[in-house]
Design a protein around this ligand. Structure first.
Ligand code: GLN
Length: 490
């Protein structure tokens, strides 16, 4: 079935004119029809527009355009509903932006269009990307395709579920503290968080601007490398995008990782890991050794402080970023007798409880008298976390770690206790605090029925995506985890 293909498989068939982009897009739409009533990954999609884009791709292929020129020509790609696509809804999973249509394309979308992708569908997320389960969406709860009683992770849960359920070929997500890697691990797909500055954030609704980064959720590492090659690069509209050349990421996937040094973090060897996660990590250590990598112990002494620092910095930035939703400029407006009442009513009605909690937290840590005690101190911890990684990367080429302490948890299990939810981020947030790149990989399954995917992650130096993907690809190709499909009817 065409919707099950990877980018490389589909583009090979398209290039040989064995299949059409229209047929591939129709296969994804049919799959959505049959499974998305259960999975609920898509907030919205426009089938006619998707097929029209696919028709254009078919005409371009007929006119002789190649995938060497346009690497994603005819590939159906779905987008987290926090990234702007001109003429499509942009809800951020929030009542605040219900009905809002984006008037412009994010830079990544411009690049994907130039590369020929069929950009369709808006994928569910935690409201404004705040969460780890997609249960904070104002619209719907997305289900894990491997076990619909469990969450797909978050905040890019719709993206992970859609890729895992073969409702699209590949998807965009964003990662501020794990939002690509954690759902990828919960759903058994590959998730790539690029280094801070690798990809332009222009057109991504801002959550925490010093941490946010756009990346992709894919069926294998080669596809992630292909998408990264398309969306990377400096952008005059995002001054934090790095003026560095874009690598040929797919070409670096040689399978040869002999002599590369892989760090194992002493402080990550904590109790409380679900046995399946620990076993998958140990099996991966053996597998990397077999492939010729050398394992080296490294220490990240400030690990214990990372969650606290993250939830201060991220909420502080969120409180500033979300000030723009005032009922005047765009989105929801609830009128009042004066502007203050209008702001209060609009923000009271438009934001959900988790977003309000974070705005309040963030405003508090920035307020006079508390700024030094919380925000400034968190920034200092952030520097220490970054220095920990710098010291580790003097010794190793990348770090191997769990993505999360557990596999996907049951829906509703952690909604009443935000702190429990925050603690799930222990292995993912340091990567964002330090501006590193991270790659989540399928690493095994739990026992029992239904079985659940177990994820692993590799952490790489800032702008070390080539090495990161090379390592991930070599491991992936020596295992079968990425080829497994959830037992979904339809
Ligand atoms: N779970 C983290 C949070 O809630 C990360 C979210 C993200 O990466 N967008 O902030």
């Amino acid at each position: 079935m065409l919707n099950q293909l990877t980018i490389s498989e589909l583009t090979a068939k398209l290039a040989r004119r064995e299949v059409s982009a229209r047929a591939a897009t129709q296969a994804c739409l049919d799959r959505i029809q049959s499974v998305d009533g259960l999975i609920r990954a898509f907030i919205s999609y426009d089938a006619a527009d998707a097929l029209a884009q696919a028709g254009e791709a078919d005409r371009a292929l007929a006119a002789g355009q190649t995938h060497a020129q346009r690497p994603l020509l005819g590939v159906p790609l779905a987008v987290k509903d926090a990234i702007a696509v001109k003429g499509q809804p942009l809800t951020c999973g929030s009542r605040m932006l219900e009905g809002y249509i984006s008037p412009y394309d994010a830079t990544v979308i411009e690049k994907l269009k130039a590369a020929g992708a069929v950009i369709f569908g808006r994928l569910n997320l935690d409201e404004f990307a705040m969460g780890s389960s997609t249960e904070n969406s104002a619209f719907q709860v997305t289900r894990n395709p491997w076990d619909p009683s469990r969450v797909p992770g978050g905040s890019s849960g719709g993206s992970a579920a859609a890729v895992a359920a073969d409702e699209c070929i590949v998807a965009l997500g964003s990662d501020t503290g794990g939002s690509i890697r954690q759902p990828a691990s919960f759903c058994g797909c590959v998730g790539l968080k690029p280094s801070y500055g690798r990809v332009s954030r222009y057109g991504l609704a801002a959550y925490a601007s010093s941490l946010d980064q756009i990346g992709c959720l894919a069926k294998d590492t080669r596809d992630a490398a292909t998408v990264l090659g398309v969306i990377s690069g400096p952008d005059p509209r995002d001054s934090t995008s790095a003026p560095l050349p874009v690598g040929n990421y797919a070409a670096g996937l040689t399978g040869d990782i002999k002599g590369l040094k892989l760090g194992l973090v002493k402080e990550y060897r904590v109790g409380g890991l679900e046995p399946a996660v620990r076993q998958a990590l140990e099996a991966a250590e053996r597998q990397f050794t077999r492939l010729g990598a050398e394992l080296v112990e490294v220490s990240l002494p400030h690990t214990d402080y990372a969650i606290a620092a993250y939830y201060i910095i991220a909420t502080a930035e969120a409180s500033a970023n979300l000030a723009r939703f005032d009922g005047i400029r765009y989105g929801l407006r609830v009128s009042g007798s004066d502007p203050t009442e209008l702001y209060c009513r609009t923000r009271g009605a438009g934001f959900g409880p988790e977003v309000k909690r974070r705005i309040i937290l963030g405003t508090y840590v920035l307020s006079s008298g508390y700024y030094d005690a919380y925000y400034l101190r968190a920034q200092k911890v952030r520097t220490l976390v970054r220095q920990d990684f710098q010291a580790a990367f003097d010794k190793v080429d990348a770090i191997l770690a769990p993505t999360t302490p557990t596999t996907a948890f049951p829906a509703g299990e952690k909604t009443a206790d935000p702190l429990q939810m925050y603690l799930m981020d222990i292995f993912t947030i340091s990567c964002n605090l330090a501006g590193l790149c991270g790659l989540a990989l399928p690493g095994g399954f739990t026992e029992g029925n239904p079985r659940r995917p177990v994820g692993l992650q590799l952490l790489g130096k800032p702008f070390g995506e080539e090495t990161l993907l090379r390592l991930g690809h070599a491991y992936e190709q020596s295992t079968e985890w990425h080829q497994q499909k959830p037992p979904l009817a339809g």
